[in-house]
Design a binder for this molecule. Structure first.
Ligand code: C6P
Length: 412
């Protein structure tokens, strides 16, 4: 093992298998991350010993489940340095969080003549909810341009965020280009004009320290499954005063205070947003994933991912006919690398890589406006996480070279 790299894969049982008779190299963590055995154990323990509905029972199991459920709120609060655990709302994932902000916070405030600013690199989950909000209110959706290396064009940012801007909603890290946006500076600019700053943290919170107070943002949405937690659980963080102004999105069990025949009152933030039986096991698994993240620490995670990108990117760039989208400088790159090889369709490339045990994603990555902007139909994408090693990177490179030979000579 390289001195700069650790092998965390021992904690991830799924990684120790063969796929198509080859060692598995899982390079699709931007789609969903694998789960360490600590998270798998926490889920099993919860279902084996503590399973009960939360906030509803006085019996011991209900108390245990409720205590664990609420304790995770505090873990999330500390992870992102929120002011209070009551600013932490459980959701299904990033998509739901962004939809809630667009529908319940932004839509009632927007009107014709207002502008909502997004960028060309956004995931559909940070575009479509804003399209709908704009369609409903007559506000205009404004797109920030990118530089050739996929970073935001800051001159364009300075022009397009102005007195008409009411919302700026940006991904902190791109799921396609491997760039990180300067959220703190953009939030400052947005606030100068009285606009609100919404951040899609799906690809940042799993990989880097995100401090909502330091960034001085208004909302942050992220997903548990991309940070080694279970699927179906996510977080919407919002400034408390803003969450208080938002109406709930789902009405029914558990989010109410008092129900009369004609009308009802609701619980306080955050519980007024959490109608119905929640994904309790998901919350507990997320808590365990946060413990795991904290035990390794973001600096070590970033060091590992940086070392992997520094090792892989030059090797990819050296392959004749392979085009990398996003920065070519590994120091300015996250663990997400998108590329195309010659005139091969990325789905064919990804299928060939799968035959070699290498799991990458191919397609538009839920970022069709970005594909149009880059003038490509789709890309292949390798994404690293802390449990990847140099062996995974080598396997990727070898499989690409083999695929290139196969598709040009017809021999595998
Ligand atoms: N991107 C990818 O392969 P959900 O599905 O709600 O957990 O996350 C949506 C989402 C929002 N923003 C960004 C930047 C994302 O990357 C994602 C999920 C996955 O790139 C699945 S499409």
């Amino acid at each position: 093992m390289d001195k700069q790299m650790n092998d965390y894969s021992k904690d991830f049982p799924i990684l120790h298998q063969t796929v198509n008779d080859e060692r598995l190299a899982y390079l699709d963590s931007a789609a969903t991350a694998q789960k360490p055995k600590q998270v798998l154990d926490a889920l099993r323990h919860y279902y084996a010993y503590d399973n009960a509905n939360v906030h509803r029972g006085v019996h011991t199991l209900a108390q245990r489940a409720t205590d664990q459920f609420e304790a995770v709120r505090v873990k999330v609060q500390k992870l992102i340095n929120a002011k209070s655990e009551r600013e932490i709302v459980y959701t299904k994932g990033t998509t739901e969080g962004l939809n809630w902000v667009a529908a319940s916070f932004a839509t009632p405030r927007l009107k014709a003549g207002d502008e909502v600013v997004v960028s060309y690199l956004e995931h559909h989950s940070n575009l479509v909810p804003w399209q709908v909000a704009c369609q409903k209110t007559g506000a205009k959706l404004v797109y920030l341009k990118l530089n050739a290396d996929g970073t935001l064009d800051l001159d364009d940012v300075a022009q397009k965020i102005n007195a008409k801007t009411k919302i700026v909603s940006l991904a902190q890290a791109s799921n396609v280009l491997g760039v990180v946006n300067p959220i703190k500076e953009i939030a400052q600019l947005a606030h100068q004009y009285g606009a609100y700053m919404v951040v899609d943290g799906a690809q940042s919170v799993p990989h880097m320290q995100v401090d909502v107070q330091d960034l001085d943002i208004d909302f942050l949405a992220f997903s548990g499954h991309k940070m080694m937690g279970p699927t179906g659980i996510g977080i919407l963080w919002g400034r408390f005063d803003l969450l208080e102004q938002m109406a709930p999105l789902e009405y029914g069990g558990e989010m109410i205070d008092f129900v009369d025949l004609e009308r009802s009152t609701y619980k306080e933030v955050p519980w007024k947003f959490e109608g119905g039986t929640q994904n309790i096991a998901g919350v507990i698994g997320l808590g365990s994933a946060i413990d795991y993240l904290n035990q390794i620490g973001y600096p070590a995670i970033q060091k590992q991912e940086q070392a992997l990108v520094a090792y892989t990117l030059p090797k990819l760039l050296a392959i004749d006919g392979l085009e990398v989208y996003g920065p070519h400088d590994s120091n300015r790159h996250t663990g997400v690398i998108s590329f195309n090889l010659d005139h091969l369709h990325p789905h064919d490339l990804a299928t060939a890589l799968d035959m070699e045990g290498v799991a990458v994603r191919a397609g538009h990555h839920c970022a069709q406006p970005l594909m149009k902007y880059l003038n490509v139909a789709a890309t292949a994408r390798a994404s690293f996480y802390l449990y990847n090693t140099k062996a995974d990177a080598d396997q990727l490179i070898e499989a690409i070279v083999k695929a290139k030979e196969f598709f040009s000579n017809g021999t595998f």
